[in-house]
Design a protein around this ligand. Structure first.
Ligand SMILES: Cc1cc2nc3c(=O)[nH]c(=O)nc-3n(C[C@H](O)[C@H](O)[C@H](O)COP(=O)(O)OP(=O)(O)OC[C@H]3O[C@@H](n4cnc5c(N)ncnc54)[C@H](O)[C@@H]3O)c2cc1C
Length: 512
């Protein structure tokens, strides 16, 4: 392989920083770096930004593609801190209360995850008597985690600077909770004498899968303790007015105000380091060939790390390649995008519900609000997602794929008709995305959604670092600490941006 830049790249001045992927992670990183004074170019393969937190229109409906609720908008929350630093207002949003109504399919009342901590405590005591020791332990762990996170630690640390920052963030409570670093949420249940409460276990399995892709016996205890507290004040979950695209829209604005450039329909197809230490990026524009190349001093990849082996080829150190190729497959998702007349829904239907089930799996359901910009007056959009192993969808030939897709669509519709009491004829619109659709939309390998799955072996200190072994190449996104969700990926963008700036002798500090 030649060490010289291509003729195409030799003619250009190198870019200061190129960020690849305009999901929430890439937009946040690009805006932060541009705000810090660097010349930033953000490349996005799709015709719009947002990635898994984007939207699409179908006739009169606007559908959120993946993410449907947002954390981190409260004062001091990760989006709030970044937006304040970037000088743009947060998108208009209303707090979710209840954040979710969880149907356990056991003949009992559904569990309402209320926003008010006291109301939530009374609700869980009613549903899961005797479980308070477990919730108290979770609260203590969550408080310790939160104080630690407020110090913007770098996990896993990969340089003396990272380590110093992480050590500064540590408090005595973190040293105590470190004893549970290898434990799961199911271990916490057993520790608190609640291991036999099957109803509580089912509830936790359902809720934890939303945030960690894993049930209680595989979710890291320290991660689980925090996500179980995310719906209550002073934190909370929010419903965005208009659509999820409002979040990426504001970040695009921040990037533009800071002088950065977003280039849509620009797909990175290759990456290599030149002899002079610059990065040469091969880029396909809008499906045009031949591809062009550009040079950059630093590259931030805000795309899944599973894409690196193909992008870097032989340029990836063997040990790092083995690490990436050894990552367990994340889940794929089947998502139904539907619309119904509002009167067909139960009165006062909440924005988010979960239905426990086996075929095609447990459903997470998001219902639009009247006047929230997603459906015409008197109608509602209904989005339902279920996890599915991603790879098998790619092995199906055309007719088998069509049949499997039609069957999954019908099964999800049937689950919604049962759960919401919808008549079959209520559907005004219904379509399904499979992992193949997600792969096309987000360019994520095999349409994998979410990060790495928050098992103890992937979480925090044991996870993948934003600092790669290759100088000038940084990672952020939902495979990097603290993990998936728009609030999580914006923190990973902050870490990667801070590290990049520190490598140039610059600092990036946000108000706490
Ligand atoms: C069904 C579903 C439901 C979810 N629900 C929620 C929720 O309610 N709340 C929540 O907070 N989170 C939710 N999430 C998770 C959340 O959406 C993601 O964790 C987060 O949006 C990921 O952001 P990201 O920037 O890391 O990656 P992505 O959103 O995947 O963005 C990556 C971007 O990079 C682009 N790209 C990829 N490859 C290339 C390339 N080679 N060249 C150029 N561009 C490229 C893609 O087009 C994409 O725009 C959900 C996800 C899914 C799929």
């Amino acid at each position: 392989m030649s060490e010289l830049p291509s003729a195409d790249a030799r003619q250009q001045d190198p870019r200061d920083v190129v960020v690849v992927g305009a999901g929430i992670a890439g937009l946040s990183a690009a805006a932060l770096l541009a705000r810090a004074g660097l010349a930033v170019e953000l490349l996005e393969a799709h015709h719009q930004s947002g990635g898994c937190a984007g939207t699409f229109r179908r006739g009169p409906y606007t559908f959120d593609v993946g993410a449907t609720q947002v954390a981190g908008l409260e004062p001091g929350g990760s989006h709030a801190r970044l937006f304040r630093h970037l000088g743009v207002p947060l998108p208009a949003a209303t707090p979710l209360d209840p954040a979710c109504v969880v149907h356990l399919d056991d003949g009992g009342e559904p569990v309402h995850v209320w926003r008010d901590p006291q109301r939530w405590q009374a609700e869980r005591q009613r549903h899961f008597p005797g479980s308070e020791p477990f919730w108290r332990l979770c609260t203590a762990l969550h408080r310790a985690n939160w104080r630690f996170a407020a110090g913007d630690p770098v996990l896993p640390p990969r340089s003396p600077g990272d380590l110093a920052r992480t050590l500064r963030a540590l408090g005595p409570a973190n040293l105590a909770s470190a004893l549970l670093a290898a434990s799961t949420v199911a271990d916490l249940l057993a520790l608190c004498g609640c291991g036999g409460d099957r109803r509580l276990r089912r509830f936790l399995d359902l809720q934890l899968r939303l945030y960690s892709q894993e049930p209680a016996d595989r979710t890291a205890a320290l991660y689980g303790a925090t996500v179980l507290a995310v719906a209550q004040e002073p934190l909370g979950l929010w419903h965005l007015q208009g659509s999820m695209q409002a979040l990426s829209g504001q970040l695009e604005l921040a990037l533009q105000l800071a002088g950065g450039r977003l280039r849509l329909r620009h797909r990175l197809s290759g990456l290599r380091r030149t002899a002079s230490g610059l990065w040469e990026l091969t880029v396909n524009r809008g499906g045009q060939s031949p591809s062009s190349t550009l040079l950059a001093r630093d590259v931030v990849l805000a795309i899944p790390p599973q894409a690196l082996p193909d992008l870097l080829g032989d340029g990836l150190p063997q040990g790092y390649r083995r690490r990436l190729q050894g990552l367990a497959d994340p889940s794929g998702a089947l998502v139904l995008y539907g619309a119904v007349p509002r009167p067909a829904l139960p009165a006062a239907v909440p924005n988010h519900l979960q239905f426990n089930g086996t075929s095609p799996g447990s459903l997470f359901v998001s219902v639009s609000e009247e006047g929230d910009g997603r459906a015409p007056a008197g109608q509602a959009t209904v989005i339902a997602s279920v996890f599915t192993p991603a790879r098998p969808w790619f092995a199906l030939e055309a007719s088998a794929y069509d049949a499997a897709k039609a069957e999954a669509l019908r099964a999800i519709q049937a689950g919604l008709e049962r759960g919401l009491g919808l008549p079959r004829e209520a559907w005004l619109h219904a379509e399904l995305a499979t992992p193949r659709g997600f792969a096309r939309w987000t360019s994520r390998p095999f349409g994998f959604v979410g990060g790495l799955g928050q098992r103890p072996r992937n979480f925090g200190p044991f996870g993948l670092a934003s600092r790669t072994p290759l100088r000038g190449l940084w990672l952020c996104g939902d495979a990097i600490y603290p993990g998936e969700g728009t609030a999580g990926v914006s923190l990973s963008a902050l870490t990667a941006s801070r590290q990049l700036l520190a490598s140039r002798g610059l600092s990036l500090e946000l108000e706490p």
